[in-house]
Design a protein around this ligand. Structure first.
Ligand code: SAM
Length: 455
């Protein structure tokens, strides 16, 4: 590991007192490896990882597991089918928070700082029935990675946006839950990411704090009365953690929410308000901080009072595409240039509002592209949990064939099949091939293809 900045060491000694040397020792150890399973693509962990790799469960997340060592994830086709997500264990604590905070009714959730998609995929997995997740990332290149990861996760109750927090202003009172996993100085990632050490400075910490305040001031009005804001960082300094919650409590009508749990090692933050700290010498995971605030002031969804946005022109899905949807009655089709997609019908009006104010990168599920009257199935349809598998001709592959497919190379053609062939691995969709009689055309997107040599 790179040498730690001296002012950071001084700060941690003050913060941790007689625990500091255990903390510094922990930073010299190998970071734990953890994954979170996708409940919508159920595969047992024992099938995904051989016994010698599997270690134990993450205590605060039902679908989280530690592995003994880091496998070459890129060469595991199940990662590309969205059967699991590689996620740092401490941040899976969000799962425990959601267990306490989410009601048993439809909600609208905003994940404001979402790329690459760890928290969003966890939120998606926990969404109550008929809910909607808006997953936002301000940096365009990072939003593309978010989109890829969420398409692979495979849910259609998600809208992905690419906006600055201030753009959400017109959506006052729109969300039941907002997650702000804020950009921060990243002290909790020092063990995993030497770049975070190089970028650390007292000045940067100050800039991060100012940015966090700005982000929260911008987004707070979008929370409903009684709604929850989950704030988190992967840093240790109180300026970006407890002080930020304190700032919100002082400037807004809000109350801090106590979350009951019994997980040894997680410690309370240094504040009279409930908030939680994760240290690498106390738990198996990286540094993390989180706290929950509830909005007490009256806020109404103002957009609802504005003139209703015009209904979009009716799009009809051709039967050759519609046949692939398990519950077509739950969705409305849309067309965007050559793309044909669907989004959840019950959120039509809300998605129209989002469209009016925000830059939507992706919504629901993009099923097909039509060129000169001919339809080409899109990868998202293959990865979607709502795909009607009985309408598909599937081709179950072994690891090598799956990896060849994921490299966008030619794979051997099976006999007797429909034109479009769903390529599966461990029975989970990876993408499409088109049967041309004696060979297959590989339709895996080139921007997602594996560039690594297959071992
Ligand atoms: N929640 C993500 C996950 O679990 O995979 C990690 C989010 S990361 C800690 C913080 C994110 O905030 C980054 O993707 C970063 O691009 C984004 N960000 C940077 N500046 C921002 C700003 N001014 N407003 C909102 N988000 C910002």
């Amino acid at each position: 590991m790179n040498t730690l900045p001296a002012p950071f060491e001084d700060r941690m000694r003050k913060l941790l007192a007689n625990e500091a040397s255990d903390f510094f020792d922990a930073l010299q150890t190998v970071p734990p490896v953890s994954i979170r399973l996708n409940p919508g693509k159920p595969l047992p962990v024992e099938q995904l990882f051989p016994e010698e790799q599997f270690l134990s469960s993450v205590p605060w997340c039902e679908s989280g597991f530690y592995l003994k060592s880091r496998p070459l994830f890129t060469l595991d086709p199940s990662l590309h089918s969205g059967a699991y997500y590689v996620q740092e264990a401490s941040s899976m604590f969000l799962d425990h928070l959601l267990k306490h905070l989410l009601p048993d009714r439809p909600v609208k959730i905003l994940d404001l700082c979402a790329a690459p998609g760890g928290k969003s995929s966890l939120l998606a997995a926990r969404l109550p029935k008929d809910s909607l997740l808006v997953s936002n990332e301000v940096i365009r290149s990072r939003a593309a990675i978010l989109k890829e990861n969420l398409i692979k996760w495979g849910q259609a109750d998600i809208v992905i946006t690419n906006n600055d927090p201030s753009d959400f202003r017109p959506l006052e009172g729109a969300f039941d839950l907002i997650v702000v996993d804020a950009p921060c100085s990243g002290e909790g990632m020092f063990r995993k990411d030497p770049q975070a050490i190089r970028e650390w400075s007292e000045n940067n910490l100050q800039l991060c704090q100012e940015r966090q305040r700005r982000i929260l001031a911008d987004i707070w009005p979008c929370l409903k009365t009684g709604g929850f804001l989950i704030y988190s960082t992967c840093t240790f300094n109180p300026e970006e953690n407890e002080a930020i919650l304190e700032y919100l409590l002082q400037t807004q009508d809000a109350q801090a929410v106590e979350i009951p749990f019994n997980f040894p090692g997680i410690v309370r933050g240094n504040s009279k308000n409930p908030c939680y700290r994760f240290y690498p010498h106390r738990i198996q995971g990286e540094g993390f901080f989180t706290g929950v605030l509830q909005k007490t002031e009256e806020t109404n969804f103002k957009a609802g009072k504005n003139k209703k946005p015009n209904s979009s022109k009716t799009t009809i899905l051709p039967e050759e595409i519609r046949q692939y949807i398990q519950h077509p009655e739950d969705f409305l089709p849309y067309r965007q240039e050559q793309i044909l997609g669907i989004f959840p019908a019950r959120h039509e009006e809300f998605i129209q509002y989002l469209n009016k104010y925000l830059h939507i990168l992706y919504q629901g599920c993009e099923l097909a592209e039509t060129i000169h009257g001919k339809s080409k199935l899109l990868p998202a349809a293959a990865l979607w949990q709502g795909l009607d598998r009985s309408a598909c001709s599937s081709f179950e592959t072994d690891r090598n064939t799956a990896l060849t497919f994921l490299k966008k190379e030619e794979i051997p053609a099976p006999e007797k099949h429909k034109e479009w062939l769903l390529i599966t691995y461990r029975n989970q969709g990876l993408g499409w091939c088109k049967h041309l009689g004696n060979r297959l055309n590989n339709y895996y997107p080139k921007e997602w293809r594996i560039r690594m040599a297959i071992e």
